[in-house]
Design a protein around this ligand. Structure first.
Ligand code: NAI
Length: 251
């Protein structure tokens, strides 16, 4: 596939890139001159975004993988590294919620949320570590949540997964730092996407009242932070949790 111009660019993988925050991150990283590999379960949704990025002077391709399936995700990441001869940036963004109070939370909703939000990041980082170490450069970003930092009633499963990302990321930062690979968490607050669309106006008004900046977040707010932590100049920034929440938690 890749011609020599593409392989000279830094190669970034963004999971859950078909919509919402992942889509904005992919567009932003392409704007920063990265070749972006868009990952989600369905190629259809990704191909139109890849076409859009390529048509506007950026560089993107699409790869289908279910991040909840360790072998599908591992072969996707190994395949990208092999195809391009490098892997520079990994953004583990795909995520789901299955909210319920703990007494009503099923084993299935617990395990699905842990697998898609937390285990997937472990699997992806493990697959990405070798090519990044080989290239003596890497930027890993795990998208967590303020729920994982301060907790949220009805989200014990999700908060546990997102909090787990912090321990995973900090341990990785310690393991891989000497090889030029950084690992950080970006923790969004309330961002207007499909994930939050079904929450009622009452919840949105409450959230709004708790924000210093008096507006709900948009996906581009998170993309801005990801662009910064994945930049070549951010090599001294590692093991950090960057909370992007309009001042909601100040955790
Ligand atoms: P979204 O629901 O709009 O998009 C999620 C993306 O992940 C989609 O592209 C979906 O296809 C993909 N995805 C889900 N399960 C997958 C699987 N098994 N395999 C491959 N792809 C899968 O969600 P949104 O709002 O864009 O969230 C992105 C990330 O940001 C998630 O990790 C979420 O937990 C986190 N987040 C979102 C917040 C918000 O207010 N929207 C707040 C805090 C964190």
């Amino acid at each position: 596939m890749a011609d020599s111009e593409q392989t000279e660019k830094r190669v970034a993988i963004v999971t859950g890139a078909s919509r919402g925050i992942g889509r904005a991150i992919a567009q932003r990283l392409a704007h920063e001159g990265r070749h972006v590999v868009l990952v989600s379960r369905s190629l259809d949704a990704l191909q139109s975004l890849a076409d859009e990025i390529n048509a506007s002077g950026g560089s993107a391709s699409a790869a289908a993988a279910d991040v909840g399936d360790a072998s599908s995700l591992t072969s996707c990441i190994e395949g990208v590294a092999q195809e391009f001869g490098r892997l520079d940036i990994l953004v583990n963004n795909a995520g789901i919620t299955r909210d319920n109070l703990i007494l009503r939370l099923s084993d299935e909703d617990l395990m699905d949320v842990l697998r898609v939000n937390l285990v997937s990041a472990f699997v992806a980082c493990r697959a990405a570590a070798r090519p990044m170490m080989k290239g003596k450069f890497g930027r890993i970003v795990n998208i967590a949540s303020t729920s994982g930092l301060v907790g949220n009633a009805g989200q014990t499963n999700y908060a546990a997964a997102k909090s787990g990302l912090v321990g995973l990321t900090r341990s990785l930062a310690r393991e891989l730092g000497a090889k030029g690979v950084t690992a950080n968490v970006v923790a969004p607050g309330f961002i207007e996407t499909d994930m939050t669309a079904s929450l009622g106006d009452e919840i949105k008004s409450k959230v709004l009242a708790s924000l210093c900046v008096r507006r709900l977040g948009v996906a581009e707010d998170i993309a801005e932070a990801v662009a910064f932590v994945t930049s070549d100049g951010s090599g001294y920034l590692t093991g950090q949790v960057i909370t992007v929440d309009g001042g909601m938690t100040m955790a």
